[in-house]
Each structure stands twice: as structure tokens, then as C-alpha cells.
Design a protein around this ligand. Structure first.
Ligand SMILES: *Cc1c(COP(=O)(O)O)cnc(C)c1O
Length: 362
């Protein structure tokens, strides 16, 4: 079989050792004679597995003791509702820092619960998309929290530094496409959330890392399945969880530990993104129009100077085993998503193809 590399933005490729292990034990998990997808989430087998995978995650991300790890369903979009429902204080609103599609979506959803302050920090005026430095903006006491997205998956825009906020506000981050790709200063946040299908595992679970002190305040008008208190009280199993997604995520966490943890991952992600930006910037045949300091290391959108070549690029790359490089329909062009599971070899193969393609058509 030809070596296939999958550059999909999500659901995205998973580490091969993880899938091999899942396959090996699929029909007989832990010598139970049953598949992990056939076993009760209340069984000791599953409960113990979940405890262990949470422990591993705590280790990988160095999550402090005063934070809880929760899992629920509904994806990141579910959290777009859960955040305002759980965290808005009476007569207060929230600041939504908007840097692209997903942070804008979060702000739109929040409009159902408050009149959010929308802080547009994008500056696209001089052709290069860039972010206005966040220190030009300050949170204030009329708000409950500040929401932002450190990695805009569609536009390939990253905010590397956490926004400075006042200490009476909570900082919330949508880490869907950047979780587990580098170190996070967890203490700076009140809530970090991420849908799974980019860097954690299969779709279906949502990770929430929440400061324990926030769990004390009870509200009674929240749908139970999105209520942080109820999720926490029921150890992330208020309703039947997507056990298979949790299982695979657990294998992914183990894989991260086995290959040297976040430190090693971060190093590899830097190498991969450099390889790709280097070839993009080299001659002008390819273009990435994000300011250098705001370039994502995980989602790299690019265009060909002659847009007529885009379709040919997609066909030829696909036939070489380089899959799903089409850009998001909102911005067109091409996009390579290179999450943790993408090996350096995969990026090298793409770079080689890009050189070949440029020589042929440039
Ligand atoms: C993918 C993504 C989402 C949406 O996730 P769903 O699980 O589909 O709700 C939200 N925010 C970011 C940053 C994403 O990358």
C-alpha cells in the first residue's frame, strides 16, 4: 500500500500506534471477551481506564491540583453555549476577542445570553492578515469573562501570548485545534476547552479543564448535560459518554507520554511548520498571507499564485497519497493541517511534492 498522509483539519489523522493498539484489542478488551464499545461505562474496567487517562492528561499538560478535568459531549460548539450559561454573572456581560471564524462563532452564540463586547483584533488592511497586539486592550469589572481562541483553525491565525486580563475576570480559551501541541500556562485560565477531533482523538468528546473554584456557584437554569457542576459531580458520566472516543483519547495520551511528552511534540511541531512555511515563502509561487508572528503551527493555509492551478494541485497531490489539502470553503485555496499525529516524513513528502509541482507549472 502507498504511504498515505492525511492533512485533514478535523476529524484529523490519528497516530498509527494508537490505531494498531485499538485494532488489536478491539474484540477483546482487557481480557473481558468484549469490545470496549460493548462494555458498561459504569464497569470497573471503564471507570479505571478513565481515571488513568485523566491522570495521564494531568501529567502531560501539568494541570494543577485546583483544576478539574471534565469530559462532555456537544463539541466546541456545545461549549459556545455552556460557557455563557455557566459563567455569566448577574447583570454582567463578557468580552469576546475575535480573531477569526471560530472566535466569531463563539461570540454569535453568546448573543443568546448577553450582549457581548466584541473586540475585533484582526487587521487585514495591508494584505497580510495580522493580530492587533492584545496589550492595547484591557478587560474591566463590568464583565464576567474574556473569551478568545489561540488558534484559528480556518484562517491559520495564532495568538501565541495569553491576553492580559484583570484578576477579577475569568479567561476562557477555545483550544480545539491547539490543545496538546505545546505547553499551556493553565493557571492563567479559568476554563480551557477543546473538541477532540483535531489533536485528542475521534470526534464525540469535549475536554474541559476548569478551575475548581468555579464549580461552587450553582445555577439552575442550565440544561443538565451542559452544567459544569452536574458533569463534575457525576465524574463526566451524567449521561452515557462516547466511550470509544474516550478510549482512543486515552491511547493518544499514552502515546504522547511514550514519545517524550509535550516538550518533544512542541519541538516536532516547530520543525514541521518551518519546513512548510519555508517552501511557501521561497519563490512567490505559493502564498500564505498571515503576518509571520501570527502564523499557526498547526493549520497552514496557502494559495497558488495562479488560482487555476489549485484543482490540479489537489488532484495530483491526492494521487501521490497526500490527502485532503483543500482549503476551507470560506477562504478557498489550500490548507495543510499538521497536528501531532502528522509525522515529519509526511510534511517532507508534501514539501517535495510542492517543489515538483512548482517546477512543473511555475
Ligand atoms: C473545530 C473547531 C470548533 C468546532 O468544533 P465542533 O466539535 O465541531 O463543535 C470550534 N473551535 C475551533 C477553534 C475549532 O478548531
Amino acid at each position: 500500500m502507498k504511504k498515505i498522509y492525511n492533512f485533514s483539519a478535523g476529524p484529523a489523522m490519528l497516530p498509527i500506534p494508537v490505531m494498531k493498539k485499538a485494532k488489536k484489542y478491539f474484540r477483546n478488551w482487557k481480557n473481558t471477551g468484549s469490545s470496549v464499545i460493548e462494555i458498561s461505562h459504569r464497569s470497573d474496567y471503564f471507570v479505571n481506564f478513565l481515571e488513568k487517562m485523566k491522570k495521564n492528561l494531568r501529567l502531560i499538560l501539568n494541570i494543577p491540583k485546583d483544576y478539574k478535568i471534565l469530559f462532555c459531549q456537544g463539541g466546541a460548539r456545545g461549549q459556545f453555549s455552556a460557557i455563557p450559561m455557566n459563567l455569566l454573572k448577574k447583570n454582567k456581560t463578557a468580552d469576546y476577542i475575535c480573531s477569526g471564524y471560530w472566535s466569531q462563532c463563539a461570540a454569535e452564540e453568546a448573543k443568546k445570553y448577553c450582549v457581548p463586547n466584541i473586540i475585533n483584533i484582526r487587521n487585514d488592511s495591508d494584505k497580510k492578515k495580522k493580530i492587533i497586539p492584545l496589550n492595547e486592550w484591557f478587560s474591566n469589572e463590568k464583565i464576567s469573562y474574556v473569551h478568545y481562541c489561540p488558534n484559528e483553525t480556518i484562517e491559520g491565525i495564532a495568538i501565541e501570548e495569553e491576553p492580559e486580563i484583570n484578576n477579577y475576570n475569568d479567561l476562557i480559551g477555545d483550544f480545539s485545534s491547539t490543545i496538546l501541541s505545546k505547553k499551556i500556562e493553565i493557571q492563567k485560565y479559568s476554563v480551557i476547552y477543546a473538541s477532540a477531533q483535531k489533536n485528542i482523538g475521534p470526534a464525540g468528546i469535549t475536554l474541559i479543564i476548569i478551575k475548581k473554584s468555579l464549580l461552587k456557584k450553582k445555577k439552575n437554569n442550565i440544561p443538565s448535560i451542559l452544567d459544569y457542576n452536574i458533569i463534575s459531580h457525576n465524574k463526566s458520566m451524567f449521561n452515557t459518554p462516547t466511550t470509544f472516543s474516550l478510549y482512543i483519547a486515552g491511547l493518544v495520551f499514552q502515546w504522547i507520554i511514550n514519545i517524550g511528552g509535550i516538550k518533544n511534540i512542541e519541538k516536532k511541531n516547530l520543525i514541521k511548520s518551518k519546513l512548510l512555511y519555508n517552501i511557501i515563502d521561497k519563490t512567490g509561487f505559493y502564498i500564505n498571507n498571515v503576518e509571520i508572528n501570527n502564523r499557526s503551527k498547526l493549520n497552514i493555509p496557502f494559495q497558488i499564485i495562479n488560482p487555476k492551478l489549485t484543482e490540479i494541485f489537489l488532484q495530483e497531490s491526492f494521487s501521490q497519497g497526500l490527502l485532503y489539502l483543500k482549503g476551507h470553503s470560506l477562504i478557498g485555496g489550500l490548507r495543510a493541517s499538521i497536528y501531532n499525529a502528522m509525522p515529519i516524513q509526511g510534511v517532507k513528502k508534501l514539501v517535495k511534492f510542492m517543489k515538483y509541482f512548482e517546477n512543473k507549472y511555475g
